[in-house]
Design a protein around this ligand. Sequence first.
Ligand SMILES: Nc1nc2c(ncn2[C@@H]2O[C@H](COP(=O)(O)OP(=O)(O)OP(=O)(O)O)[C@@H](O)[C@H]2O)c(=O)[nH]1
Length: 635
Amino acid sequence: MVLAELGGKLRSSLHRLQGGRGDDAITTETLDAVLRDIGEALAESDVRAELVTDLKDNIRRKVGDAVSENTASSNANLARQVQRAVVDELTSMLTPSGEGSAKPYVMRRGRPNVILFVGLQGAGKTTSIAKFAHHYLRRGWKTAMVCADTFRAGAFDQLKQNATKLRVPFYGSYTEADPVSIAEEGVDRFVQDGYEVIIVDTSGRHRQEEGLFEEMQEISAAVNPSNTIFVMDATQGQAVYDQARAFHSAVNVGSVIVTKLDGHARGGGAISAVAATGSPIVFLGSGERFEDLEAFNAQSFVSKLLGFGDMRGFMEEIKSLNSGKDREEMMKNMAKGQFTLRDLYKQFQSVSKMGPLDRVMGMMPGMPEHLIPKGGDDERSKQLRKFLVIMDSMSDKELDGKIDLQKKNDPATEKRIRRIAAGSGCHPMEVRALLQQHKQMESMVSKMGKSGMMGGGNAKQRAQIQQMQKNPQAMMKQLQSNPQAMQMVRFFSLGVLTCRSLSSSPRSDADAADDGRRAAGRHARHGRRGTARHGPDGKTAGSRRCKIMLHFSLLTIFPSLILLDADDGRDGRRHARHGRDARHGRDARNGRRPANAQHAANDADDAGHGHGRRDGKVIEAEQGVIAIPGGQRRK
Ligand SMILES: Nc1nc2c(ncn2[C@@H]2O[C@H](COP(=O)(O)OP(=O)(O)OP(=O)(O)O)[C@@H](O)[C@H]2O)c(=O)[nH]1
């Protein structure tokens, strides 16, 4: 996680306010100690000394009197007051300030947004362009890339490789040496073709290279960008202040992306230094994968850094990924206590677009640390794809709950489960596990539907819900104090704890591995396709599956609770027509899906990247180099 170390230090300094014993008064000494700790943590993160001093002075000015006179009605109130002052001051330190500070550019739908990327050599422009394109592609923007970096050999190939992986069209040339004409032609071409996000990569440069600075200005004049994004490397720490100012004066820098924040100690210095130049930071890069780009908002950033979650960012993320129509339909069903396999399918699709689960779940306020997934996402993404493929092999009636797949000891149901397993290339046990998890989620939704939490309750409940929608933080608090909601959290937590205790039973890893081998042998002897249930790491596959399901469940139900539509009362008027479901690439005549599991798996993969045929779109064969192969690069 970005700046985890700084966050840990700031959190532990604020813990001092809670005192060793509940009745310890907060004194001036306590405040001094808190401010000293915060100052040290920020200094270690390379934040400029003047900024740290200003921050401490401002906090002292805001709460110093209340602390010395102990005017607050209780210790807890005073602690909250100090905490609020710390949050506010950290936020304003990271908010662009001073003369000429700009507001971030807002992308416009249905019109060309030409985004020019500039920065020093190796800052991460080309990598950030791919992440930026991925971010907008997932949200359904028509995106294209232009490579006007004719300086670095390999820059065009790097962009081409990323564009091909992302399946976006790109424009560039191996032979044309003039970056200005490439940029101009590429942008014209994509504007004519109706692209909404047209990203232009430029050559990296040192500040001293006047020639390259001029080239950047010429490109800017030729393409007339809607926004110029300056990409800078966080490992430079506060040194980026001068760079940011130099770029700001050369071209009209509208926004900044700070890269390489993955665990780097100098990140705090870099972020605060950029803010001091008046340029708004729009994204933080924290790795080399397409998903490693976080939208930046000072308030959300500080809130997450201090462990308070980021409700605002979470809601925006969910809203930007779910179409209003789908949400509306699902909310209507959930208000009636219905949660079909199709709803689960849609939610899993949204979850798969959200990016790393740890990042998204870390945004949820009050989310217990132990419930936030740690480490890589590969296993979770694989499992998610598998669930989607299993549901792809179900018929419409099964997905919509018109055929009950939960019937026990029913030969017809067993036959259906075997058919679904064969169609999705997995073991019937995996289908049953998914059905079991769906049943549990359905029963939880049903309870919440009856309680009115989903908008279907009486007038008073509906008014309360609407009130909560206006203030999501209060909504989360309300959820936490609501027995039903907490029952759900406990229910899922219990799942994790049960699984944990299963996986950390006194049996040795060797025993578990042995079990795994025996189980695999049994499957092999019986010619089954299933995998061993006990892995060599000593954890049961069931335990892993349960934890993964827990994470998906939290992401599935919480957003729905939070996104109760304010215009819920108008339901019935604006509901989406069901119509023919083209999402599953189904044969229209017999309602069957392709039996080829690999084909389905590919589809699921596509869905994860926002290119899925599930939305009725055929993947356009638009990726193609518009360039003349061969020739020499300019050195
Ligand atoms: N760890 C980490 N590495 C990054 C990040 N962003 C970029 N990189 C790496 O930084 C190196 C340089 O990135 P590029 O995208 O090629 O940089 P550039 O600014 O386009 O370079 P020039 O074209 O020479 O100006 C590559 O090895 C990237 O993988 C990040 O957020 N985290």
